[in-house]
Design a protein around this ligand. Structure first.
Ligand code: GDP
Length: 225
C-alpha cells in the first residue's frame, strides 16, 4: 500500500524570518567584545557602501543601525542580537550580526587606521563562532584592491565569505549583467557567492538571507560530524 507523504513541518517556511533584532553592544576593543555565544555573521565594507541600510533591511528594523550621511566616523565593532527562523527549521535560533567598522576612509590618522586593522583582523582571526563574512562593495565603485586582499586573506584562513554588491537599484539590467561578469572575472579564484542587493528597495535581500542560512547550516553540519 503506498505510504502517505510525511507531514510537512507546520512552522517551516521557505524564507528566513527575523523574529527579533536588537542592538547588543559597540566594542572599541577586542577585549570589550561580548563573550562569544551564538553564530556570528560579520559585515565589512568601506564607509558609505550602504552597510547600515542593508543591516536594517536584513533585520527588517528601520532604525536598528544608524544610517549615517557623514561617512567615516571611526567606531568599534557593533553587535546585533537576532532571533531568526531558518527555512525548513522549525525552531527559532539566535544569530549575531557584527558590523565591522568601515575601512578606506582617508581622513583617519595612521594610528587610528592601525588600531582599526588590529581590531578587525583580531576579530576575524580569533572569533571561533564567525560563520561568514559579507564583503560589501558599492555597485558604482566595483571591487578595489582592499576588498580583493580581504577576500584572499579570508580564503587563506578558510573563513567563508560572500561578495555583496550594494545599491543595485542604481544600475539598469544591462549594467548589472556587465558588473556581475566583471566581478566574477576579478574574484574568480577567491569568492564562491555573489549577491546583488539594494538595502533601499529590498531587492536581493531574501536571496542574501538564503545564502547566510546556507552558511549557518553548513557550519552546523560540520559541528555535528
Ligand atoms: P554605511 O556608511 O556603509 O553604513 O552606509 P549607509 O547605509 O549609511 O548609506 C550611505 C548612503 O548611501 C546613504 O545616503 C544611503 O541613503 C545610501 N544608500 C544606502 N543603501 C542604498 C541602496 O541600496 N540604494 C541607494 N540608491 N542608496 C543607498
Amino acid at each position: 500500500m503506498p505510504q502517505p507523504d510525511p507531514p510537512k513541518r507546520a512552522t517551516a517556511s521557505a524564507k528566513v524570518v527575523v523574529m527579533e533584532a536588537a542592538f547588543l553592544a559597540e566594542s572599541r576593543s577586542l577585549a570589550r567584545m561580548p563573550v562569544a555565544g551564538p553564530p556570528e555573521i560579520a559585515i565589512a565594507g568601506r564607509s558609505n557602501v550602504g552597510k547600515s541600510t542593508l543591516l536594517n533591511r536584513l533585520a527588517a528594523r528601520k532604525g536598528l543601525a544608524h544610517v549615517s550621511k557623514t561617512p567615516g566616523r571611526t567606531r568599534g565593532l557593533v553587535v546585533f542580537d537576532l532571533v531568526v527562523r531558518l527555512p525548513d527549521v522549525s525552531a527559532a535560533e539566535p544569530l549575531r550580526l557584527v558590523d565591522l567598522p568601515g575601512y578606506g576612509y582617508a581622513k583617519v590618522s595612521r594610528d587610528e587606521r592601525q588600531a582599526w586593522q588590529e581590531m578587525v583582523e583580531g576579530y576575524i582571526k580569533g572569533r571561533a563562532n564567525l560563520v561568514l563574512l559579507l564583503v560589501l562593495v558599492d555597485a558604482r565603485r566595483g571591487l578595489a584592491q582592499e576588498e580583493l586582499q580581504l577576500m584572499s586573506w579570508l580564503q587563506d584562513l578558510a573563513i567563508p565569505c560572500c561578495l555583496v554588491v550594494t545599491k543595485s537599484d542604481k544600475l539598469g539590467a544591462a549594467e548589472r549583467g556587465a558588473l556581475r561578469h566583471a566581478l566574477r572575472q576579478q574574484a574568480k579564484d577567491i569568492v564562491a557567492s555573489l549577491f546583488m542587493v539594494s538595502g533601499e528597495t529590498g531587492e536581493g535581500v531574501d536571496a542574501l538571507w538564503a545564502g547566510m542560512a546556507a552558511a549557518l547550516e553548513a557550519r552546523r553540519e560540520r559541528r555535528e560530524r
